[in-house]
Design a binder for this molecule. Sequence first.
Ligand SMILES: Cc1cc2nc3c(=O)[nH]c(=O)nc-3n(C[C@H](O)[C@H](O)[C@H](O)COP(=O)(O)OP(=O)(O)OC[C@H]3O[C@@H](n4cnc5c(N)ncnc54)[C@H](O)[C@@H]3O)c2cc1C
Length: 310
Amino acid sequence: MSPAECSPSPANSLPAVATVPAGDPWRSHTVRIEGIVEEIPGVQTYDLRFLDQEVAGRYRFLPGQFNMLHLPGIGEAAISISSDPANPQQLAHTVRAVGNVTDALARLHPGDTLMLRGPFGRPWPVAESTGRDLVLVAGGLGLASQRAAIRELARRRAEYASVTVVHGAKEPSGLLYTHEYREWKAAGVVVRTIVDGLPQGTATTENAAGDAAMWDGRVGLVTDLVNELTMLSDRTTLLCCGPDPMMTAVAHAALRHDVPAEQVFVSLERNMACAVRHCGLCQFGPVFVCQDGPVFSFAAIEPYLSIPHL
Ligand SMILES: Cc1cc2nc3c(=O)[nH]c(=O)nc-3n(C[C@H](O)[C@H](O)[C@H](O)COP(=O)(O)OP(=O)(O)OC[C@H]3O[C@@H](n4cnc5c(N)ncnc54)[C@H](O)[C@@H]3O)c2cc1C
């Protein structure tokens, strides 16, 4: 996809990108589940393929964009694309079963089909950040929205000064994609992990993949790790995804390192329905998260994040 630059939203310095498959953003396409990986309890990655080869051939996405997964008769849910953008025909979505659509998705099996439309939204500024130190900070399932960026950065590692992933989870068994850390590290990506705590009565624990070695052994908050990083104000770009209070805390930690707010990016999660700026469900102050975001610079979005219950 060649990102079609539209005029930036007043509340976002990031360019809008064309929705692909080009044409009708309302039109869903059938995808088949090729495989399902249980990442951690209750969270599965669905490996999807378009049935229509013509659609498959023109589908492209950028890291941080999302698709609307549609289960006919049940509903649609916005889900980040968690696979490598270099291979857009092999789409992965990592989903926590929390409600109507995601619970129904969890009942499907390889070979079953569902519908998908997208991609939607502004991506992480990966292409714009070559030569810089990139710090990706993810709380819990927030790492799903960054995995496509991590895969791209690992592939193009030489184009960036450094790439650091900081991932926090409630407990070691909640750390996501641990089976990929070795590959990321081998590509030159620094991976740091931290957990809020251990399950009661455990001195140490193993994650779902049985790979406790992927947890650094640190207990605390992601901000503890962010505070320890050396962040040069003139060349650091920080990308953060997680609950709003966590993103605000991480952004402020970066600002204390004198990283400009324009170089701190957060991905907002808001309930949404149409994904094309019509229904208003995801309106957040003056912006629509579906198209003005979900990725915003902290400079643009901070005034609204600080308004309680907005
Ligand atoms: C841009 C974007 C990317 C997302 N990426 C992912 C992803 O990669 N993986 C993933 O598992 N989920 C992701 N989500 C969240 C997902 O869209 C919601 O969890 C979705 O509503 C679930 O649909 P459902 O029908 O299963 O649940 P529902 O029946 O709609 O709701 C279940 C519960 O979750 C709450 N809820 C619903 N929507 C949201 C929301 N958007 N944010 C917070 N709480 C909500 C409801 O109030 C309810 O309590 C993303 C959301 C956005 C906006």
